[in-house]
Design a binder for this molecule. Structure first.
Ligand code: EPZ
Length: 420
């Protein structure tokens, strides 16, 4: 297995480009199941999760081609409505093939996704939403067995105890595009990636409005056609680079990042002492003052994203003073705390809160990645720690960051990929 070896202490400087958004391309690839016609998706990041989703599409009857950040999808003869455990269990996002399959084939057999280290990851809202469209759903031997004679539009409240659900909104919105009549999704997720999926569906001929707001209306149509689309930039990768500049005391220009997708993150980082300016599709960031402690609570978009929680926790780990980071989306998403404390951070876990007493400095150490964003937080800590940090099990990182160590090397970081 691979690891990343980092010699900390370099102030990162220069320009970096963000890749396409992982959490946009995965549901958009699933949406190609809604048509037999050709689709072309540009700006696709070369990630482990992208490869996994393409494997699933091939198992479901698609031909796929992926080169130079463009995916071309076409239909081959056989059609399969089963998404099996060995693939779905490796990537939770693959559960969002349920909506397209039931809409296109009127039947689907999709493995329930496993939980993961950040939480049990239930799918009750997905089931509730798909059922409300007139679908019979049975759970048997770890699979969702779905069938329907005709999908019918309905008015669905999709909010859960943790607020809106991104992939449940995606699943229901995709299924509703081919339902008879109108569907209204209340308490829909407002994330830019949900909006991007809706834009792709509209290019395929779907009738959708209100995407990006908590109320989405879908008027069902008879069929969808092929389309071409370019994926939005990855706001979480961009946010990770914002913090890379601040944690090392550097000065970075992030090209291709969309300022409008990072409101809560930029606001919080400015409170923490950042100088951030936006200029035509680039964001420049450096420290304006010495770092100041901030309290953060993660919320559904447009709130502070849970996918940036581990990264800002690393930054607060070296910020003098007391910060409280509260995780409202995945209350157990703190696997990175123990590893950061091994590097000299002083973080105390109290339920959904992490109470941070900023350390004067961190020291490099061998640490272990546990999930995608925890991996990023350990890399960020290694960039500022004195001495060497070895981050092992970085297959977690490779799921969601394209060539991260190469991008960091170009900014001056002393980082290289090695073998464990
Ligand atoms: C998406 O996951 C993202 N993944 C996650 O990013 C992200 O953390 C999450 O949204 C929240 O923003 C993709 O888009 C591929 P949710 P998703 O349903 O849709 C609860 C990353 O690091 N819930 O919005 O699976 C759930 O437990 C990954 O890139 C239910 O209770 O998340 C959580 O507490 C990690 N019932 C909350 O809702 C359900 O049926 C939000 O989860 C579904 C979810």
């Amino acid at each position: 297995m691979d690891k990343l070896v980092i010699e900390g202490g370099v102030k990162l400087k220069g320009e970096v480009s963000v890749s396409g958004a992982k959490n946009s391309v995965l549901p958009i690839l699933a949406a190609t199941l809604l048509t037999d016609e050709k689709c072309e998706i540009s700006g696709t990041p070369n990630l482990h999760d992208t490869i996994t989703m393409l494997k699933i599409l091939r198992a479901l009857g698609k031909n796929t081609e992926f080169k130079n950040s463009t995916v071309r999808i076409s239909h081959n003869k056989h059609t399969n409505f089963v998404a099996d455990y060995k693939l779905v269990s490796t990537m939770r996002a693959s559960f969002c093939v349920l909506g397209p399959l039931i809409a296109k084939l009127k039947k689907a057999r999709v493995s329930l996704p496993g939980g993961c280290v950040i939480g049990i990851r239930p799918v009750d809202l997905h089931i509730k939403g798909i059922k409300s469209l007139g679908v019979d759903i049975d759970i048997q031997s770890g699979y969702v067995i779905a069938k329907t004679k005709q999908l019918r539009g309905s008015h669905i409240y999709l909010g859960g105890i943790y607020g809106s659900s991104v992939l449940a909104t995606d699943n229901v919105m995709m299924a509703a595009t081919l339902a008879k009549g109108k569907t209204i999704i209340e308490s829909a997720a407002c994330e830019p990636e949900v909006e991007d999926l809706a834009e792709f569906l509209i290019k395929m001929g779907a009738k959708i409005k209100g995407h990006g707001t908590p109320i989405i209306e879908i008027e069902g149509v008879k069929e969808l056609h092929g389309a071409a689309h370019t994926i939005i930039p990855d706001r979480i990768e961009a946010g990770t680079f914002l913090i890379a500049a601040l944690i090392t005391g550097g000065d970075i220009t992030i090209k291709g990042a969309l300022y409008k997708h990072l409101g809560a993150v930029i606001d919080k980082l400015r409170q923490a002492g950042a100088y951030i300016i936006n200029s035509d599709h680039s964001i420049r960031v450096r420290r304006k003052t010495r770092l100041k402690p901030v309290n953060v609570t993660t919320l559904p978009y447009p709130g502070f994203p849970t996918d940036m929680q581990a990264q800002i926790l690393s930054l607060m780990g070296i910020t003098p003073g007391i910060s409280v980071i509260t995780e409202k989306i995945y209350p157990d998403r703190f696997m990175h705390v123990a590893e950061l404390n091994r590097m000299g951070a002083h973080i105390q876990r109290e339920g959904p809160h992490a109470i941070v007493e900023g350390a004067r400095r961190l020291s490099g150490a061998p640490v272990m990645a546990s999930d995608l964003r925890a991996s990023a937080s350990l890399v960020l800590a290694g960039l500022v720690a004195s001495g060497r940090t070895d981050v092992s099990r970085i297959y977690h990182l490779d799921r969601g960051y394209e060539n991260l160590e190469i991008k960091l090397q170009k900014l001056g970081a002393r980082i290289r990929r090695g073998k464990e």
